[in-house]
Design a protein around this ligand. Structure first.
Ligand SMILES: [Zn+2]
Length: 165
């Protein structure tokens, strides 16, 4: 029988895919890294059914990849943040992104570029800043809209907010 899991595979890659291998799961992690933290923001950007998003978020919480944190008391509202375990997926996301930039980028180029926060240098596939040479962690990096970003990409909207503020 072909199941939904890889339990018969004694391999760490299979184990990791058990946690983040479902359709959308890594894209949810990506979006939270990019700064989308609220259910409605994630739903709007991913364009998936609310129940599917809900199921994926719950599964990522069960695996302690993300946590649900209140950001407002009246009325009570929650947002999603990556745990340390979730932040440890950042190297994987960067590696996948760089592979995608090379072999599967959208027409017009990458939608997102990774930058060293506060430095502005671009980040290579080894997570090293090409300007200052620092080896970066997730919190040192920030996503910027790339040449292939669609006009409604959330990073472009964030940039507008920043300029308006
Ligand atoms: Zn730098």
């Amino acid at each position: 029988m072909l199941g939904n899991d890889y339990e018969s595979q004694s391999c760490s890659i299979a184990g990791a895919l058990e946690v983040v291998g479902e359709r959308w799961s890594l894209l949810i992690v990506r979006d939270i890294l990019l700064g989308l933290r609220r259910f409605d923001e994630l739903q709007a950007h991913l364009g998936i059914a609310r129940n599917v998003l809900q199921t994926r978020l719950e599964r990522l919480q069960e695996h302690d990849v993300i946590e649900r944190v209140p950001y407002q008391q009246h009325p009570l509202r929650h947002e999603y943040r990556l745990t340390e375990k979730g932040l440890d997926l950042w190297p994987t996301i960067v590696a996948l992104m760089k592979w995608g930039d090379r072999y599967a980028a959208p027409e017009g180029g990458p939608a997102v570029l990774i930058e060293h926060r506060g430095c502005g240098g671009s980040v290579d596939e080894h997570r090293i800043c090409e300007r200052c040479g620092a080896k970066l962690k997730a919190r040192d990096a920030v996503g910027r809209p790339g040449p292939g970003a669609s006009p409604n990409h959330p990073l472009l909207r964030q940039a507008e907010h920043t300029q308006a503020a």
